[in-house]
Design a protein around this ligand. Structure first.
Ligand code: PHE
Length: 481
């Protein structure tokens, strides 16, 4: 069994984690879910989960990766063996692999839309277009399964090639330039939105909240989004943590990742909603929100075709640096477990995810209104897969928190954290009690209402988790006697 090499530079993990975290989740998913859920209340739950639950779990997940120095599934096996705890904890790895596979399937389809808009911008075909024209163009894109599949295929091949050839670790130098550049263009769009849109309406939409406005599914989506945007609870961060240098600070890195990630989402949200309210567009437009508002700004602003073209290229860069972190944990597992070569492992993962992605493609056209999914689950395949990720990621995070909080001994966890005892206790309290309770609260409150048939499934998973936690607890206590 191989143990990993370690990234020699202390800041490499930070860059890789920011590359994973910042992506379509910030630019596309955050604004669209916020718009669908009426604004402020959604953001409140999202922000609360990032800080009280997300950051502690981010530390915990990195810790498990660094302590095991293996891919998530093999890493959990290793930790289970060395801590004599229940095999059930392996579910952390499996759940993560399942989530990665589901997320990649639709992530690649949406990233494909950015390929389309890169092309549209650079050819200048949208210069001077009005909102109606741009909206119609987007609808035409969605109506074409062939085009969507083409872009989806291109994106997933590019991601697979990067991981398969093992050059993703060389990509960090690119990120060092692309991430700040993306942020600068977002600021330019925000500036344009302030000058020409309705910034006041955007700010009050995003920052005044009334919790009673948030639907139950909105609660689940807000929590799911905070995990999604931090790449949390599915092994991506654990896989990167396996390469993290032992010197780098866990807590400082986690805060930095969460801060950068939230800043990008907020600037994107303010820019997009300034334009939405300024142009009288629909805030609840759904998954197309970013793709109908930003091109409108680029159509009107000076040098818009060029700025827009660069912007969408940077969006693609941010999406690729996230999608490779979805492939990495699964590929590393296949390599470690089945002795596949790296390219073979990546090929297997990517082909399976690509095929599943066709369901998302069809959710926007042939199967938009009626499909076997609508009959079975009352929603499209895309919506159903998103719902599953909103459940899998927090569930994975819950288990990670419990494992790091209860199975790792004080000295082990402290050795990783290397902070003052007070901070350590704060962190441990958060992962032992607060994070699990918060996730359980949202699950219990929402899932029974959202999808009745999911109760038995999630219930069973939670019982397995609780059982595993109980056995660990007993094992730990009996060791101490
Ligand atoms: N965090 C990424 C984004 O916001 C998505 C992602 C989720 C990437 C899970 C890896 C793992 O776009």
């Amino acid at each position: 069994m191989s143990t990993h090499n370690v990234w020699t530079h202390k800041g490499t993990f930070l860059l890789a984690a920011v590359g994973s975290a910042v992506g379509l989740g910030n630019l596309w998913r955050f604004p669209y879910l916020t718009g669908e859920n009426g604004g402020g209340a959604f953001i409140l739950i999202y922000a609360l989960t990032i800080f009280a639950v997300g950051i502690p779990i981010l530390i915990a997940e990195t810790m498990l990766g660094r302590a095991s120095r293996r891919s998530p599934i093999m890493g959990m096996r290793f930790l289970i063996r060395t801590h004599k705890t229940s095999r059930a904890w392996e579910s952390i790895g499996w759940l993560g692999a399942a989530a990665a596979f589901l997320i990649l399937s639709f992530y690649s389809v949406i990233a494909g839309w950015a390929i389309h808009y890169t092309w549209q911008m650079l050819t200048g075909s949208l210069v001077g277009a009005d909102a109606a024209t741009i909206g119609a163009g987007f609808d035409a894109l969605l109506a074409s399964p062939g085009l969507l599949t083409l872009y989806h295929t291109l994106f997933i091949i590019a991601s697979g090639l990067i991981v398969g050839l093992g050059i993703h670790r060389g990509i960090e130098s690119g990120l060092r330039i692309m991430m700040p550049a993306l942020f600068v263009i977002l600021l330019v769009v925000l500036g344009y939105g302030i000058a020409n849109g309705d910034f006041g309406a955007a700010a009050s939409f995003l920052f005044t909240f009334n919790l009673a406005d948030l639907s139950l599914e909105g609660w689940l989506q807000a929590m799911g989004q905070s995990f999604f945007t931090l790449s949390l609870g599915m092994g991506a961060i654990m896989a990167y943590g396996a390469y993290m240098s032992s010197e780098a600070s866990l807590s400082r890195t986690a805060f930095a990742v969460a801060f950068v990630d939230t800043a990008v989402a907020m600037v994107a949200g303010l820019a997009i909603f300034s334009l939405v309210f300024g142009a009288g567009l629909d805030a609840g437009a759904g998954p197309g929100l970013m793709f109908v508002t930003l091109p409108l700004a680029f159509a009107e602003m000076p040098f818009g075709a060029l700025i827009g073209g660069v912007f969408f290229i940077l969006v693609l860069g941010a999406a690729i640096s996230s999608s490779i972190s979805l492939i990495e944990p699964v590929a590393a597992f296949l390599v470690e477990r089945f002795d596949l070569t790296r390219p073979q492992a990546v090929f297997a993962m990517v082909v399976a995810s690509w095929a599943l992605g066709l369901l998302t493609v069809m959710s926007f056209n042939m199967w938009a209104e009626a499909s076997p999914f609508h009959t079975l689950f009352g929603r499209s395949a895309f919506d159903f897969i998103e719902l599953l990720t909103n459940i899998f990621m927090p569930l994975g995070g819950l288990l990670i928190a419990l494992f790091a909080g209860w199975a790792l001994t004080h000295s082990e966890a402290m050795k990783e954290m290397r902070t003052s005892e007070t901070w350590f206790q704060v962190w441990r309290f958060l992962v032992r009690f607060v994070a699990p309770a918060a996730v359980a609260f949202v699950f219990l409150r929402t899932i029974p209402q959202v999808e009745g048939y999911l109760i038995p499934a999630v219930g069973a998973l939670v019982i397995v988790g609780a059982f595993a936690a109980g056995r660990t607890f007993l094992a730990e206590n009996s060791q101490q006697q």
